[in-house]
Each structure stands twice: as structure tokens, then as C-alpha cells.
Design a protein around this ligand. Sequence first.
Ligand SMILES: [Zn+2]
Length: 80
Amino acid sequence: MKKYSEVNELIEVRCNQCGRMLKVENGVLKEGAFCTEVAFGYFSTKDGQKHEIDLCEDCYDRWVKGFKLPVRVWEQTEFL
Ligand SMILES: [Zn+2]
């Protein structure tokens, strides 16, 4: 869960799973995290809704360990 200042600077990120405050400095998230949003479409039961999830790296690791199929992993060749 992210919070932004009045000038739209990132000021807080909390893990949705454990509630821990993640490290943010000068508007930049400074630790590994799973941050994503999804827009549900017509064929879902949440048509028109957008959901955002932020997970700390520990909660992400616990979550994906429960998957029946592994996460696809590859090396990044370009960093943003
Ligand atoms: Zn967490």
C-alpha cells in the first residue's frame, strides 16, 4: 500500500501481507518488493476494478513457495 505526498512524491510503502513499512528515501523505494496493479476486465467478477498490491520480499517469497508451478525467472539485461 503506497502513500504519496501532496506533490505526488512517494512517502510510504507498506506490505499488504504483513503490514511492515518498507524503506523509502527521497521518494524512492529502497528495498526489494513486489509492487503491481491489475485492471480486471469484463470476463472477471471484478469488471472495472483496479487492484494494487505491494509485498515485501519475504512475503513475496512465502507466497510464491505455495505455487504449484514455479515462477519464471530470468536475468535482467537492462535496468531502468
Ligand atoms: Zn510483508
